[in-house]
Design a protein around this ligand. Sequence first.
Ligand code: DAT
Ligand code: MG
Length: 148
Amino acid sequence: MERTFIMVKPDGVQRNLVGEIVSRFEKKGLKLVYAEMTQVTEQLASEHYAEHKDKPFFKDLVGFITSNPSFAMVWEGENAIAIGRKMMGATNPKDSEPGTIRGDFGLTVGKNVIHGSDSQESAEREIALFAGGKPFVDYEKDEDKWIY
Ligand code: DAT
Ligand code: MG
């Protein structure tokens, strides 16, 4: 089963969107296997966003993501990575469709509420970075027989 790394960013936590976002992923049929309220360090932020290190917004991005706690999660399910990206919506909320998380709750690209892995490779990398060595919960959900 595919796993994706999803994180409610500090703006989403401060704006009380954790419950709403968890609820959307639950209702979609994905399974939560890891969750942690976490203060992202500068070191972790720099590694997580390494692909953007030469971009003009990198310093602000790291400053923002380390400014307050985030809510990190791993969700499991068929096509979890692509589905997570669809549920988040486009990076810039001005382009995100209504009905997506960024489309419904974001206004600016700098504070776009949520992070989600964009490929198998980044999912594996991000899960190892944020949840490596942490206990994952392995369990069955009876409702899965109504989803799969
Ligand atoms: P995503 O978060 O959709 O995967 P990304 O990986 O391209 O998008 O960028 C990571 C984050 O960096 C993004 O969520 C918000 C910020 N960002 C991206 N492009 C930006 C820009 N042009 N100006 C300011 N911040 C930007
Ligand atoms: Mg990205």
